[in-house]
Unconditional design. Structure first.
Length: 254
């Protein structure tokens, strides 16, 4: 399993957008749509209400894509925005408007206060953490920190978008308060902070989602490491036929 640092993942995104010509909005759509698809398959069979807690950056934009698909499919979906709607820019703002255009509700925690968020979390069957992405470099604070603490204290299943909010994507260390996810859906490649502890613990189950970044970029930009996983180890094991001799498979020197 090939691993990237957040900095190298950013270069992958940039190369995909500028050299290969994939629009950034398409990457965000792929990320959010496939996260929702897998979340629906695994967690939404008995769920009716979803609370999506979004930040002001691209991670929040992924959350708005998830929210749009959930609302389309009839789930009671509410987005709780850590900031104000006019603070969103680019693809995040685009996807917020698309969600609102089909009747989506956005609750601004900056104006409604944290009581509204806590009430929404209490009424939800499942939570989506879309506050911070892998580029976080400073300690969590303000409404974002309060939202993370509210999610952790809820006892509800938490789906983290790309990485649990508050985890350093490079070291795996919590930057203040950090989400303890049930399941993290990350994009393109696993990040260092998701395989190093305590980030691996905070990530819960980790699933990597293909967002259409071409694999040949590995040869152009490189990777940051490889983690031996089941698929890799199985590749080293030769088939053992019933009549095979133990010496056929090597020898051990003690």
């Amino acid at each position: 399993m090939k691993i990237l640092s957040p900095e190298r993942m950013a270069k992958y995104d940039e190369y995909s957008i500028k050299t290969w010509g994939i629009p950034s909005a398409v990457l965000m759509e792929n990320a959010g749509r496939n996260t929702y698809r897998l979340m629906k398959e695994r967690y939404l069979h008995n769920a009716g209400a979803i609370a999506v807690i979004c930040g002001r950056g691209n991670n929040g934009g992924d959350g708005f894509v998830i929210s749009r698909y959930a609302l389309r499919d009839g789930f009671r979906t509410t987005v709780f925005l850590a900031g104000k709607r006019n603070e969103l820019k680019g693809d995040a703002a685009l996807n917020m408007e698309l969600y609102v255009s089909i009747g989506g509700e956005v609750v601004e925690c900056a104006t409604k206060g944290m009581d509204a968020l806590k009430k929404g979390i209490g009424e939800a069957d499942i939570l989506v953490d879309a506050i911070f992405g892998t580029g976080l470099s400073k300690e969590t604070a303000g409404n974002e920190k309060l939202a993370i603490e509210a999610m952790n204290g809820s006892g509800k299943p938490i789906i983290s978008v790309d990485i649990p909010s508050g985890i350093d994507g490079k070291t795996g260390l919590p930057l203040g308060a950090a989400v303890r996810a049930t399941h993290t859906f990350t994009y393109g490649y696993p990040k260092l902070g998701q395989v190093l502890y305590p980030g691996a613990y905070h990530s819960g189950k980790l699933t990597v989602i293909d967002i259409s970044i071409p694999a040949f970029i590995e040869d152009v930009i490189g990777i940051d490491g490889i983690v031996a996983d089941g698929a890799m180890l199985r590749g080293f094991i030769r088939e053992r036929l019933p009549w095979s001799h133990k010496g056929t498979f090597g020898h051990v020197v003690v």
